[in-house]
Structure formats: structure tokens, C-alpha cells
Design a protein around this ligand. Structure first.
Ligand code: C2E
Ligand code: MG
Ligand code: MG
Ligand code: MG
Length: 287
């Protein structure tokens, strides 16, 4: 029994290197300590207005700071936190941190990904309201990103939560659209501000006529339901231009800006918006 043996620490360490389950156990322990120790940070990825080229909002993305688990993806961290119940305090921390960040963002909205576990908590909407009040942040500055599974699991209650958020001005976007559920009929039950088209749709765009037509159709579909459409995973200038032509509202991807610490995001935004202003002035001059 490793616990009782004086070399227990080594045993655990060896297991971490070899076993997936133990590795998850370590992540769980780290998660427990982490929130107090500042072992997480948020990075902010710019979302670009396709029409003006300006930075329109920021998506907050969780990043682990602990070196020992440096290669753990955010997605697997979230999955472990969901399974262990730690997603509740982790999401609280994320919301608090992102709302605090709006003070440096000069009126720019910030988007936070909300786990289904947190969304389904009976207190979910209250918690959001409380946090906005405590941080003295206008509701319009918060966007909540949810995935299809959240909406489908319990349509009536999801619909209720989403309307209450939107009543006070919080925006709600459907994330990873097109990856999960094959039916679109569930969308009739929800008033959403926008769709984020999953990055997998971009893989063949431009090379294949059908891939391009599918994106075009989804953009039109979103607009017909009064939603704004974001395309994620823009990795080339060419894709960005094409999406602009297809009528996409907002663009997000490594080509336009990677997720970065808040300080860098603020500098990035100033630079990009100044360039956009120059380009606009030049266009007016020519026209
Ligand atoms: P997501 O919400 O769809 O976020 C977009 C993901 O795509 C991010 O991965 C981002 O870094 C990545 N990405 C952005 N541009 C590009 C690009 O041009 N190409 C490619 N290949 N990828 C791009 P990340 O940060 O690893 O997050 C993965 C997922 O983990 C997120 O997907 C979201 O579902 C979840 N997640 C991240 N942060 C949080 C959080 O604070 N709470 C919760 N519940 N989930 C989070
Ligand atoms: Mg997201
Ligand atoms: Mg997504
Ligand atoms: Mg995702």
C-alpha cells in the first residue's frame, strides 16, 4: 500500500508518468489547490468584426499555469473538473476573472464558456446576476457561450434560463454549432444572439465548392433567425476574405489573433483598431 510506505511519493510519481487514471487523479488534486494558488489564468482571443476589421469582443479561454501538467489540454481539464464536481468553483473563478477584465477592456464585451454542469445548476441565473452586481459590470458586457447539448437536454429549463439572461441584456451564443446534434428543430425554442460555427467547417472551405456552400447556407440560416454568425478557426487571410464575402459577421482564429494574456490583448486591440481606422480614412479619401 503506497500510502503507508515511506516511498509512497515515488510510487505515485511513477504512476503519474505511466497511468492515465492516476494522471487524472493528480489533475483533480491540482484543481483543488489551483483556484487558491493562482494556477489558472485566462487568455483572451479577439473576435473580429468582419465588416470593419475592428476587435469586437474577447473570448476568455482557460489556461493551466501548472508546469507539471503543462501538456494537458483545456478540454480535458474541463472534462475532469466536470466529472469531479470542481467545475462549479472553476467556473465561478472564470466568471469573476473575466468580469474583472472588462475594466481594462474599455466597453468591450467578454465571452465566457459555460459548462453544461454549471448551466444546469438551479442557481445558475442568480449566480450570474450576483456576479454582475458584485463586479458592477453592465450585463451587455457579458456573453455566455453554451453548446447544443445544454439546450437539448432540457429544452424548457434551458429556454427559461436563456430568456432570463437575455431579459437583462446578457448575450447568449451557441458554441461549436454543427458538431453535435443533427436536428435543427430545437432551435425554434430559443432566442439566441448568435451562432459560432465550429472550426471543422473551415477545413475544406475554398478548395471544395460544397464546403463553401454549406458555410454560406449556415450564415444565411443564422441571419434568417436574427442571429449573428461567428466563424471559428480562421487560419488564413484567404479564409477571412472569403467569409467576409459570404456575409459572416464575426471572425475568430489564429490568423486574426491568438488567445493571449489580458495585457497583450489590450495592446493588440489598440493596434488593430488604429489600423482599421487608418484603412477607413484612406477609403473615404479615395472614395
Ligand atoms: P471553444 O469555446 O470552441 O474555443 C475555441 C477553441 O479553438 C480554443 O481552444 C481556441 O484556442 C481554439 N482556436 C482559436 N482559433 C483557432 C484556430 O484558428 N485554429 C484552431 N485549430 N484552433 C483555434 P482551447 O482554448 O484549447 O479551448 C478548447 C475548448 O475548451 C473551448 O472550445 C471550450 O469548449 C473549452 N473551454 C475553454 N475555456 C473554458 C472555460 O473557461 N470554461 C469551460 N467550461 N470551457 C472552456
Ligand atoms: Mg467558446
Ligand atoms: Mg467553439
Ligand atoms: Mg469547443
Amino acid at each position: 500500500d503506497a500510502k503507508g510506505s515511506p516511498r509512497g511519493g515515488c510510487r505515485i510519481y511513477d504512476d503519474v508518468l505511466s497511468g492515465k487514471q492516476t494522471r487524472e487523479g493528480v489533475i483533480r488534486v491540482e484543481l483543488g489547490n489551483a483556484l487558491a494558488d493562482g494556477a489558472f489564468e485566462l487568455h483572451y482571443q479577439p473576435v473580429i468584426d468582419a465588416r470593419t476589421g475592428r476587435v469586437s469582443s474577447a473570448e476568455a479561454l482557460l489556461r493551466p499555469n501548472f508546469a507539471a501538467l503543462g501538456d494537458t489540454t483545456t478540454q480535458s481539464l474541463i472534462a475532469i473538473a466536470e466529472a469531479s464536481g470542481q467545475i462549479m468553483p472553476l467556473t465561478e473563478w472564470t466568471l469573476d476573472t473575466a468580469l474583472r477584465a472588462t475594466r481594462e477592456l474599455d466597453g468591450m464585451p467578454v465571452a465566457v464558456n459555460i459548462s453544461p454542469v454549471y448551466f444546469r445548476h438551479p442557481d445558475f441565473v442568480h449566480r450570474i446576476f450576483d456576479k454582475l452586481l458584485a463586479a458592477r459590470v453592465r450585463p451587455e458586457l457579458l456573453t455566455v457561450e453554451v453548446t447544443e447539448g445544454v439546450l437539448i437536454a432540457d429544452i424548457a429549463s434551458a429556454r427559461h434560463s436563456i430568456s432570463r439572461l437575455r431579459e437583462i441584456g446578457v448575450r447568449v451564443f451557441l458554441d461549436d454549432f454543427g458538431t453535435g446534434y443533427s436536428s435543427l428543430s430545437y432551435l425554434q425554442h430559443f432566442d439566441l444572439d448568435g451562432l459560432k460555427l465550429d472550426k471543422s467547417f473551415l477545413k475544406d472551405v475554398g478548395d471544395r465548392r460544397k464546403a463553401t456552400q454549406i458555410i454560406r447556407s449556415i450564415i444565411d440560416f443564422g441571419h434568417s433567425l436574427d442571429m449573428r454568425v461567428v466563424v471559428e478557426g480562421v487560419e488564413s487571410d484567404w479564409q477571412a476574405r472569403l467569409l467576409q464575402l459570404l456575409g459572416c459577421d464575426l471572425l475568430q482564429g489564429y490568423e486574426l489573433g491568438v488567445p493571449m494574456p489580458l495585457k497583450d490583448f489590450v495592446a493588440f486591440t489598440e493596434r488593430v483598431n488604429a489600423q482599421a481606422a487608418l484603412a477607413e480614412a484612406a477609403a473615404v479619401h479615395v472614395g
